[in-house]
Design a protein. Structure first.
Length: 95
């Protein structure tokens, strides 16, 4: 089990956002499609995922924008959409 302090997680996120905010106001990501691993298979490291699907960054980002415009639509799966977008940002920043 990994224990993550919500305050420390927020601190890390704020630190990373400050770094991005010091640069461009709009992030351009050259990638759109990505492999999506089903939740029940993502953490079974001794078995190869069987049911990979293709996700779209624009779709994940669209769901997040919808939550901004309608806060009543916030759902826990928002963290998954956010992780997909953050992964692409991190991959873009690392290249």
């Amino acid at each position: 089990m990994v224990e993550i302090s919500v305050d420390k997680l927020k601190g890390v996120f704020d630190l990373l956002m400050e770094r991005i905010h010091a640069g461009e106001q709009v992030l351009e990501i050259d990638r759109e499609a990505f492999w999506s691993v089903p939740r029940d298979q993502a953490y079974e490291i001794y078995s190869e995922p069987r049911d990979l699907s293709i996700g779209m960054l624009s779709e994940s980002w669209g769901h997040l924008e919808d939550m901004l415009s309608e806060p009543d639509r916030v759902v826990g799966h928002g963290f998954v959409w956010l992780s997909e977008v953050l992964r692409a940002i991190g991959d873009e920043a690392a290249s």
